[in-house]
Design a protein around this ligand. Structure first.
Ligand SMILES: Cc1cc2nc3c(=O)[nH]c(=O)nc-3n(C[C@H](O)[C@H](O)[C@H](O)COP(=O)(O)OP(=O)(O)OC[C@H]3O[C@@H](n4cnc5c(N)ncnc54)[C@H](O)[C@@H]3O)c2cc1C
Length: 480
C-alpha cells in the first residue's frame, strides 16, 4: 500500500480503503465528468495534491480519496452530487478540515468535495442584522464582516482562520461564547443545501418566523455532511460590545472551578466566556507561549471574559473579590493583555500536538459531576500505565457547559481502549460522548451506546430517507 493512503487509524474497520492507483475505465470516465463540471484544475488526483485533504488536523486519522473536487458554485455542487448519485460513488464534504473526529476524512473510495471555493459574501443587512455567505467562508472572515458593519458574530473558536461556515454548521460547533450566544446552530437564520439526489433546497430568506413545514435547516445543523452539502448560510449577527476584560484565575481543583463558574454565572451580567485548563495544559502552553500568566502553579485555572458597552472591569473585580476559592488572579482590561491571555488558552491544542499524536475526546459532563469525572479519567490513565507505556492527560475546555477536551498522550494512535474507557465513564455519569466536535468516524461505534435504540433508529431512518444510496459522507456517524 502506498504511503499515506494505507492507514485509517482508530476507525473500527479497515474496510473500504482504496488504492487510487489503477483506477479502471469507469472511474476514469467519472473523473472526466467531474472535470467537465468544475474544470480539470479543480479535480485533484495526484497523491501530493490530495495529501492535505486525506489526513485530519491531529494526524491520527488518514484515508484515501478517489479525487478531490473543488466546486465554486451551488450549481456545480448539485451537478457533482447528481453524478455521485448516478454512479453510486460516495462524497465527503470538507471545509477547513479542522474537525477533530475524522468526519471529513475520506474512506470507502469516496471523493472529497472541498467547499473552500464557495466564498461568496453578501452585504450585511443592518435591518435584519443578518448576512448571507458561502459555505467555504471562514469564521474569521464572518467576524470581520460583522465588525465592519458594527455588529459581532456569536461564535468564536481557536480554529477561526480555517474553520468554515459550512463545517461549523455541519458540526454545530460551539467554542468560547456559547454561554452568551449559543452554538453555531443558533446563529443560522437559514441555509442553502444540496440534497443527496442533487436537488437544491434554499431557505435563505432569513425570516425570523417561518413555520411552513419541517425546519429543514435545523435538521441539517449537526448532520456532519450525512444529509446534505451546505452551500450557503444566512447568519444572524449580534450586537458588538465595545469593551471587554478578562481574568486568569488560579483555583485549587476542578471542583473549585465549577463552584466559581456557578457564582460568576449568577452574579456577572456581562459574562462572555468561562474556560478551564488543568495544570498540564497551562504548563504545555507556557513551554511554547512564554511565562504562565500567574507564576503560582495550581491544579486548575479558570479564564473568564466579560464584555459590555461600558468598561466591565469593575464588575469583574467585584465579582472575583466576592467569589470563593480564588487562590490568585490577574485581570486584563486592555486589548493587548486580553489577547495575550486568549493566545495562551488557544495555544493549548497546538502545544499538545507538538508532544505527539493525541487521543482527543470532546465530552460534556453535568457540572456537578465534573470533579468525579476528572478523578475517574486520572484513575483510567494511571491504571493503563505500564513499563512500556506511560500515558498522560491534558484537560481543558469550556467550563460553563461542562465541556472538557480530554487529551491522552503517550498511547498508540491505533489503540482505542483508552478512548472506550473514558467514553464509558462519560455515559455512566450522564454526559455526552460528543459536546461540540460531532461523531464523525472516530466515535461512530459510540453513537449506539450514547443514544437509546428508538433515538438511534429515528436518526438512521432520517439518513436512509434523505440519502437512500448512502453517498453523503459514507462511514461518518453510521457504519458505511
Ligand atoms: C485548534 C482547534 C480549535 C478548535 N476549537 C473548537 C471549539 O472551540 N469548538 C468547536 O466546536 N470546535 C472546535 N474545533 C474543531 C473544528 O474547528 C470544528 O469542528 C469546525 O466546526 C470544523 O469546521 P471545518 O470547516 O474545518 O470542517 P471540516 O473539518 O472540514 O468538516 C467537519 C465536518 O463537517 C462536514 N462538512 C464540512 N463542510 C460541510 C458542508 N459545507 N456541508 C456539509 N457538511 C460539511 C464534514 O463532512 C465533516 O463531517 C477546533 C479545532 C482546532 C484544530
Amino acid at each position: 500500500l502506498a504511503a499515506g493512503l494505507d492507514l485509517v487509524h482508530g476507525l473500527d474497520s479497515g474496510a473500504g480503503l482504496v488504492s487510487v492507483a489503477g483506477l479502471g475505465s469507469v472511474a476514469g470516465e467519472f473523473l472526466r465528468e467531474l472535470a467537465k463540471i468544475v474544470g480539470p484544475d479543480h479535480v485533484l488526483t495526484a497523491p501530493d495534491l490530495r495529501a492535505g485533504y486525506e489526513v485530519d488536523w491531529t494526524g491520527r486519522f488518514r484515508g484515501a480519496a478517489r479525487a478531490v473536487v473543488r466546486p465554486a458554485s451551488t450549481t456545480q455542487v448539485a451537478d457533482i452530487v447528481r453524478l455521485c448519485a448516478e454512479t453510486g460513488i460516495g462524497l465527503v464534504p470538507q471545509g477547513g478540515n479542522t474537525g477533530l473526529v475524522a468526519g471529513a476524512v475520506p474512506e470507502g473510495g469516496a471523493i472529497v468535495l472541498s467547499t473552500r471555493r464557495l466564498r461568496d459574501i453578501g452585504a450585511v443587512d443592518p435591518i435584519s442584522a443578518q448576512v448571507t455567505v458561502g459555505a467555504g467562508v471562514t469564521i474569521a472572515r464572518v467576524q470581520e464582516l460583522a465588525s465592519e458593519a458594527g455588529f459581532a458574530f456569536g461564535v468564536d473558536l481557536a480554529s477561526r482562520d480555517s474553520a468554515t461556515v459550512g463545517g461549523t454548521i455541519a458540526t454545530n460547533a460551539g467554542g468560547t461564547h456559547v454561554l452568551r450566544h449559543g452554538s453555531m446552530g443558533r446563529q443560522v437564520a437559514g441555509l442553502g443545501a444540496v440534497l443527496a439526489d442533487g436537488s437544491v433546497v434554499n431557505r435563505t430568506s432569513g425570516l425570523p418566523k417561518d413555520g411552513a413545514g419541517y425546519d429543514l435547516p435545523a435538521l441539517i445543523v449537526g448532520s456532519e455532511g450525512t444529509l446534505a452539502v451546505i452551500t450557503e448560510a444566512r447568519l444572524r449577527l449580534v450586537p458588538r460590545l465595545r469593551r471587554r476584560a478578562a481574568a486568569w484565575i488560579a483555583v485549587e481543583s476542578v471542583g473549585a472551578a465549577v463552584e466559581l463558574a456557578v457564582e460568576l454565572r449568577q452574579g456577572l451580567e456581562s459574562l462572555n466566556a468561562l474556560e478551564y485548563l488543568d495544570d498540564a495544559a497551562v504548563s504545555l502552553a507556557a513551554a511554547r507561549h512564554g511565562p504562565r500568566p500567574i507564576e503560582r502553579q495550581s491544579d486548575a485555572t479558570v479564564l473568564v471574559e466579560v464584555a459590555a458597552n461600558r468598561d466591565p472591569t469593575p464588575e469583574l473585580v467585584d465579582a472575583l473579590s466576592a467569589a470563593t476559592g480564588v487562590l490568585d488572579a490577574v485581570i486584563a482590561s486592555d486589548e493587548v493583555s486580553i489577547r495575550r491571555l486568549w493566545a495562551f488558552r488557544e495555544g493549548v491544542a497546538e502545544a499538545i500536538s507538538a508532544e505527539g499524536i493525541p487521543h482527543k475526546l470532546d465530552v460534556a459532563v453535568p457540572l456537578d459531576r465534573l470533579a468525579t469525572f476528572e478523578d475517574g479519567i486520572k484513575r483510567i490513565v494511571r491504571e493503563r500505565g505500564s513499563a512500556a507505556e506511560q500515558p498522560w492527560l491534558v484537560v481543558f475546555g469550556h467550563l460553563a457547559e461542562g465541556n472538557l477536551h480530554v487529551d491522552v498522550l503517550g498511547v498508540d494512535p491505533d489503540d482505542a481502549a483508552i478512548d472506550d474507557a473514558i467514553l464509558q465513564l462519560v455515559v455512566d455519569l450522564g454526559g455526552s460522548v460528543s459536546a461540540e466536535h460531532g461523531i464523525g468516524r472516530a466515535k461512530r461505534r459510540w453513537l449506539t451506546r450514547a443514544r437509546d435504540a428508538a433515538d438511534y433508529g429515528a436518526m438512521l431512518a432520517i439518513k436512509r430517507a434523505l440519502d437512500p444510496k448512502g453517498i453523503l459522507n459514507p462511514g461518518a456517524m453510521f457504519p458505511g
